[in-house]
Design a protein around this ligand. Sequence first.
Ligand code: RP5
Length: 157
Amino acid sequence: MSRVGILMGSANDYEIMKAAEDALAELGVSSEVRVISAHRTPERLVRFLESAEDEDIGVVICGAGMSAHLAGVTAAHTTLPVLGVPIDASPLNGLDALLSTVQMPGGIPVATFGIGRSGAKNAGLFAAAILAGSDPELRKRLEQLRADQSAKVPERP
Ligand code: RP5
């Protein structure tokens, strides 16, 4: 089964991006977690993407805060699906990262998720849903996870 690359602009983003790693692990999908900044370590990003397909990476999740260019630059270098997670890391509370990530020019798509932990979790689940398109067993695990989630919701408060 393909793996998921989880990139983040700073080690400080990990407490948020761990939600993506955890969601994937719960579904039995392994991930490759790296600190790679579009601004501070641009060569590291290019090196990672050059070998990503050979390393069986099927989807790349990118979390970044502030003037967040990680997902966009990643998408510029690969045709793998790129999922962007804006992180609240500035006085603008993540709105800066959301707008930087979501407003891509036509031709270079980034699927953008909500700001913060729930966005990271959903990016993990979405990456699994993409991989499940060619993996019926993973599809079954996703369906089971939804059923378990529904069963945990009480009928009354
Ligand atoms: C972004 O700048 C990172 O993704 C991080 O969210 C933010 C701040 O980085 P640090 O200064 O905390 O390393 O590139």
